[in-house]
Write a protein that binds this ligand. Structure first.
Ligand SMILES: Cc1ncc(COP(=O)(O)O)c(C=O)c1O
Length: 382
């Protein structure tokens, strides 16, 4: 089914595949007469937990809600610090800041490695550090052995922002299950899209219980339970939110979860083709190494580094003229007005790579012709 009505791009950055199976799942759910959190959300949680090998999964309304609940469940608040990379989506820093805790930014490894630097993460740890919040950038797993050693040494919990990394593995273990808590996003452009949506995984039963409670106002029963007559009243154990996922999105999630491994494999094949066509082109570097025996990437993003001193804006404009959508992941968080006002650590690698990174189109059903068109036009543009 064509997405032409929503996209003016010949090659969009990301693209949803809509088919009969997906439409049937939505139609059936709408026809069920129950749209808020209920049995499909519960089924999605069970299936996602099994897929990841996690003890518990709690579906929520967005990746941002997942991060907020993770930070809260670990008890972060005023006076605490959470260390995270600045080269990240701002949701992670916002999730920390809204609890009253302070985000402290660490650097990336640099060169073509856009994941956080374990050495700099450790250097950022201080007496007020309460947690470490790591990102698997673009679906490329971090150096989790180094991060775990640091976390153990300092007795700090690790939250994984696995928004880019559903299905990615580090030494055979699914991203999101390596630290204490893993957070996923199901925003439309993600490898597992539901429109809006998110999910928290953890093996810690007490944390899962608290996250479940905070997801729904701190209440001891869900509307669904009361609808079925399983609960007539409820108590409130602590103030919480409405961060629930709904049945319609859960139905989409169940279908998309079945497709995730194939989606990720298709993305990896496309990434290999990007690399084949761009490696060796003067001035262009493809992010991350071609292979690493420890990791399987979910290849959420296809990121290249442009030549030092080149105008990214001009390259993006030239590609846009050809109908090719590009983006930047990310403007570093420490450069945004609100965060720039905080005391800053030096982040030389982040500052060096940030002006050069460019995200190219990547989605599982992208054709080789589309990809070749992107690489040809990119080479011409620089
Ligand atoms: C790395 C990262 N973390 C968190 C989020 C927030 O997720 P959401 O948009 O579902 O709130 C996103 C994405 O959108 C993201 O890319």
């Amino acid at each position: 089914m064509s997405n032409a009505e929503v996209s003016r791009w010949q090659v969009p950055l990301a693209d949803l595949r809509v088919d009969e199976e997906l439409l049937a799942a939505v139609t059936k759910t709408v026809g069920s007469g129950w749209w808020s959190a209920g049995p499909r959300v519960a089924e999605f949680e069970v299936q996602f937990a099994a897929y990841c090998g996690a003890g518990h999964a709690v579906a929520v309304s967005s990746g941002t809600a997942a991060l907020h609940l993770a930070v809260l469940a670990l008890g972060c608040g005023p006076g605490d610090e959470v260390v995270l990379p600045s080269l990240n989506f701002v949701a992670a820093a916002n999730a920390v800041a809204v609890t009253g805790a302070t985000p402290v930014f660490c650097d990336v490894v640099g060169g073509t490695d856009l994941n956080l630097s374990p050495d700099d993460l450790e250097a950022a740890i201080g007496p007020a550090t309460k947690a470490l919040l790591v990102l698997h950038y673009g679906g490329n797993p971090c150096q989790m052995d180094a991060l775990r050693a640091i976390a153990d040494r300092h007795r700090l919990p690790v939250i994984e922002d696995a928004a880019h990394a559903p299905g990615a593995t580090w030494r055979g273990v699914k991203c999101g299950t390596i630290g204490r808590i893993g957070c996923f996003s199901f925003f439309s452009n993600k490898n597992l899209p539901t429109g809006e949506g998110g999910l928290v995984v953890t093996d810690d039963q007490e944390l899962a219980k608290r996250i479940r409670l905070l997801r729904s106002h701190g209440m001891t029963s869900l509307t669904w339970d009361r609808h079925r007559g399983h609960a007539h009243t409820y108590d409130v154990l602590e103030p919480g939110f409405n961060y629930r996922l709904d049945e319609i999105r859960a139905a989409i999630g169940i279908v998309e979860l079945r497709r995730l491994d194939a989606e990720n494999a298709a993305r990896r094949r496309l990434a290999a083709r990007y690399r084949e066509r761009l490696e060796g082109v003067e001035g262009i570097a493809v992010a991350f190494p071609a292979s690493d025996a420890d990791v399987v990437s979910s290849q959420h993003l296809e990121v290249v580094l442009l030549p030092d001193g080149s105008s990214r804006r001009d390259v993006q404009a030239a590609l846009a003229n050809e109908g090719i959508q590009t983006s930047v992941h990310y403007p570093p968080i420490h450069t945004f007005t609100h965060y720039a006002a905080l005391p800053q650590r030096r982040l030389p690698q982040t500052d060096a790579v940030a002006p050069r990174i460019l995200t190219l189109p990547m989605f599982g059903h992208m054709t080789d012709e589309q990809l070749d068109f992107v690489t040809d036009r990119l080479v011409a543009a620089i």
